[in-house]
Unconditional design. Structure first.
Length: 570
């Protein structure tokens, strides 16, 4: 029985916490909070909810992930990866359906951590991760075209291809003022790292995120254009949403078994996506700060965060790589920085939230265009295209399914493809060969510890097969194929199966061995096993295979097996 692995990093770091470390954590937390603000608003709106729900998610989830998490520097909150899945759930089940799905995902994440699945999740094939991440990036970019260019459209189709057809048809309705704000935001964010370095170092401008600068500049520009040039066509957040800075009360949605059953698939998708992204972010952070996170503790913290966030009107959350790296780059080294980041967002929410109504929608679209570009991982995508065909197939299947259908189908099919390819590769690692005439001691290792270095001659009427590798589903068929190919006019009296290089055997392998033994017995052939290790012997004994073949016919090494074969052949 496995023990619960839950060791929040906050408890360990506070034991030797210093005033100097608090100073650096304070600065990092303030900067990360400022960085998170425009992203939280943009992610909330793009997901189909109000902007304050994005900030509430960043506050609640960010606080819980830092207090309970298994990483010292992880920053939790809403991320771009969830935009498409959230939007789809809201369209189909409404916001209450999203709340229930997020609660279910939180339960799944806690289960992942309790069952010690953190390490396994980190080994999900890289082509799948790149495939759906790139697909999400392209889908996010596609959803922002309308606001980026200020297109006049009654309804935007949900289908990817239909959406682009509709965009082309609506091009004559471009609002050039909105397009200028949107494209200008993209250019400003992209160039901000270079522009900020032109200012004196004492200005600390390089600490401010380009997305925040773009929002400030474009909001002021839109207000000036409206006030002095009479430009009223630039749509703002206030034109589309009513902004509130009131903290919501916790509410539990009405649960029914029918709704829960219908939301299992999207909830699992949220949980798997959240687990992958949070553990990937924590792993990247480990490499930068030279630390090691507790993956199962992190999953439990992410689960609690996704249980709490929807209760206060929030959306799914996970570890955010960009914000985590911002935290590290600004000196954050303990969970205190993440707690401060949540406090900063709370203060902004309470006192400055009404100002968000003046932010142009085109500017937020520009922010998300940059987010989608950074998410796309196009360099990783192109590098995988040079890998073996199996990786390329998984990459393209996951990518295209994400773009054309949805993320749930993409993850499910991608994992199935990866599992099938993994099974094929595992089967290829097991080799079955036939040894004829004699066994060369130069090729032996453990079987000649008794000092007998002479060639072992295989007696007449004896066949020797050697299995190298795990004996499971793939090896069984391979074994049968080789035996069928070696069928001669006369049958042997004894078949020796060497298993010294078989680390484990599964139920399929046992089934195959049993069939082989029964078939051989019908043909008057005795089966002898050689070099069976203790682990495999225990499995065979539990399956009562030793009763079928006879305990005397399960030998510790080839010397004894050949002697047993001579006795049976006499």
């Amino acid at each position: 029985m496995t023990t619960l692995e839950f060791k929040p990093q906050l408890i360990a770091t506070l034991k030797n916490y210093s005033k100097k470390q608090f100073t650096t954590d304070l600065l990092a937390g303030i900067i990360v909070g400022i960085v998170a603000l425009p992203l939280a608003i943009a992610f909330g709106i793009a997901s189909g909810v109000t902007p304050e729900k994005g900030i509430i998610t960043a506050i609640v989830a960010g606080l819980i992930v830092s207090v309970l998490g298994g990483s010292k520097v992880q920053i939790g909150g809403p991320t771009g990866a969830f935009i498409i899945i959230i939007y789809g759930i809201i369209q189909q089940y409404g916001f209450e359906g999203l709340t229930i799905a997020t609660l279910m995902a939180g339960v799944f994440l806690i289960m992942f951590g309790v069952l010690h699945l953190g390490t396994i999740i980190k080994y999900i094939p890289y082509p799948i991760v790149v495939g759906f991440t790139s697909g999400i990036a392209l889908t996010i970019f596609t959803t922002q075209i309308k606001d980026l260019l200020g297109l006049t459209m009654v309804q935007v189709p949900s289908d990817f291809i239909e959406k682009w057809i509709a965009y082309v048809g609506a091009l004559p309705t471009i609002d050039w003022w909105s397009a200028g704000v949107g494209i200008g935001s993209v250019i400003l964010i992209a160039l901000w790292p270079r522009l900020s370095h032109l200012a004196p170092r004492t200005s600390q401008l390089d600490k401010l995120p380009g997305s925040l600068i773009a929002i400030i500049v474009m909001t002021v520009a839109a207000l000036l254009l409206k006030q002095y040039a009479g430009v009223t066509s630039i749509e703002t957040i206030g034109d589309r949403f009513s902004i509130s800075n009131q903290l919501p009360e916790a509410q539990v949605p009405a649960l029914s078994w029918e709704v829960i059953k219908g939301l299992v698939s999207p909830a699992i998708t949220i949980a798997i996506l959240g687990a992958i992204e949070s553990l990937l972010s924590a792993t990247v952070a480990d490499g930068v700060i030279g630390d090691r996170h507790s993956s199962n503790t992190e999953l439990i913290a992410q689960g609690v965060a996704n249980l709490a966030s929807p209760l206060f009107g929030g959306i799914p959350a996970t570890g955010a790589i960009a914000r985590t790296m911002t935290n590290i780059n600004n000196g954050g080294r303990t969970p205190v920085a993440g707690i401060i980041h949540a406090a900063v967002l709370l203060l902004i929410f309470l006192f400055l939230m009404p100002l968000a109504q003046y932010i142009p929608m085109a500017c937020l679209a520009g922010v998300l265009v940059i987010v989608s570009y950074n998410m796309s991982g196009w360099r990783s995508f192109t590098s995988i295209l040079k890998n073996p065909k199996s990786d390329v197939i998984v990459l393209w299947v996951t990518f295209l399914l994400t773009v054309i259908f949805d993320l749930t189908i993409a993850i499910e099919v991608g994992l199935i493809c990866a599992c099938l390819l993994f099974m094929r590769r595992m089967a290829e690692t097991t080799d079955v060969k036939v040894i004829s005439d004699e066994i060369n001691p130069a090729e032996e290792e453990s079987d000649f510890q008794l000092g007998n270095l002479e060639h072992l001659t295989i007696p007449e009427g004896v066949e020797v097969y050697e299995i190298n590798g795990p004996y499971f589903f793939g090896a069984g068929n391979k074994f049968e194929e080789i035996m069928g190919a070696l069928h001669r006019g006369r049958r042997p009296k004894v078949r020796i199966i060497r298993m010294r290089k078989v680390p484990f055997v599964d139920s399929t392998g046992i089934h195959n061995l049993t069939n082989l033994c029964l078939m051989s017995q019908k043909e008057g052939i005795q089966v002898v096993l050689s070099g069976v290790n203790e682990t495999v012997q225990a499995v065979l004994h539990k399956a009562k295979f030793d009763e079928l073949v006879g305990t005397d016919n399960i030998c510790s090494h080839i010397n004894i097996a050949l002697e047993r074969a001579r006795q049976l052949n006499a």
